[in-house]
Design a protein around this ligand. Sequence first.
Ligand code: BG6
Length: 488
Amino acid sequence: MSETANVCDIIIFGGHGDLSLRKLIPALYHLCSDGYLAAPSRIIATSREETSREEHVALVREKLQLFLKSDCFIEEKWEAFEKKLEVVTLDLGIDESYEALANMLGEFPERERVNYLSTAPSFFGPICKALGHWGLITPQSRVVLEKPIGRDLVSSQAINDEVSRYFEEQAIFRIDHYLGKDTVQNIIAMRFSNMLFMPLWNGQDIDHIQITAAESVGLEGRHSYYEDYGAFRDMIQNHLMQLLCLVAMEPPCSLDADSIRDEKVKVLRSLRPFTPDDVREKTVRGRYKAGVIDAQKVPGYLEEGVSSDSNTETFAAVRVDVDNWRWKGVPFYLRTGKRMSKRYTEIVVQFKEVPYQIFANKGRCISPNRLVIMLQPEESIKLKIMTKTPGLSEQMHLQEMALDLNIPENAPRTPEAYERLLLDVIRNNATLFMRRDEVEAAWKWADPILSEWEAGAVPLKNYAAGSDGPSSSIAMIERDGRSWYEEL
Ligand code: BG6
């Protein structure tokens, strides 16, 4: 049984943008279908183009049919959802154009309001200012900020300062959609509800940890955004850092938002700062050239309409050290890239080797234990352990087997990250959202790397589209006597 959340007005600024139509509206459709949106709630999209309600409803229907899994679009569910849709024409940067929105919201002044800013960060300040000017920020109002929050510490502070002129910190929901993925929440469940891992979760028993977010897609029409940000700002400073925090944090004293965020921010503050030499030795930047993915030829980054003097990386790898008691001597290797051989996001916790080897195992290697947490394309958790190969051979032979903690196939549909996060905003639960100090601590760590990169300290290495990134990323981990994990 679903618990219906409070009646609310959800206003999506940038309502006809890609994120809204591809992710937010489908997530709201699922919430509505599953009974999580109270009936009179409204979903109000803002659009710069003059759009009638009929045109908006037709557009949403078309996009839902495109982006929902085929069996999820159900006519009677749509009828209920469609009733919630509203649109207002609004130019985000022009104060006067908020009048229509003000009139619409004014019909229910007491209602909970979720203002979702699905726009470029340069609009965050102007939108909040206009909402303030029109008296649209009530005690029941919250604001959701999409990443990126700035491109360095100073610009992120400026954005946070502007927004906090109008909204209290507890009403600001900074979204990192990776935190909404079910398996990511499973990291918390697994770590803190199983005694098994507790004594092993430290530098005495863990050799190192790898976090990979590989994508086979390119930029999907987002070149102008990407040229300004690149792989490090787009993925490592936020998504991969959040995964690192959940893996590395100490047990929180409870599951409430601040207890978890306090522990995450402690990890971020323990990250070893990079010196210019570290940046040269422990980071890699790459850019894809033409190649083949799934038997299709794909062009290189520079052949996709980007300026030929672009210095933007589409691949980044970095060795991170967490300087605290638990993680002393345990490197975290992070990498991400576009146009890689396949799409997968995975965390590999590699345990140390047994202290002394008594098995001959016919010269085959005895693998150290690994906990492999796969976020996508499938969600799964596997514990790789060595076992005896069945048979009567005189010498005992070993093989690696996986204890598979997969979600059973007949389990109910796993909700998309945005469903969980939108519902949490509606419920006013900020546990899975980033607090200001977290975002700023992550930028503080990232800034020295990015400024060395901008000064040209680490050259961009080419990699063929459809590969696993530049060879220097393999060299970086091999220098430490380790290698990137490959599922055999
Ligand atoms: C976004 C990035 O935050 O995450 C994109 O801006 C990236 O560049 C996307 O493609 C990846 O998300 P997911 O959920 O598909 O791994």
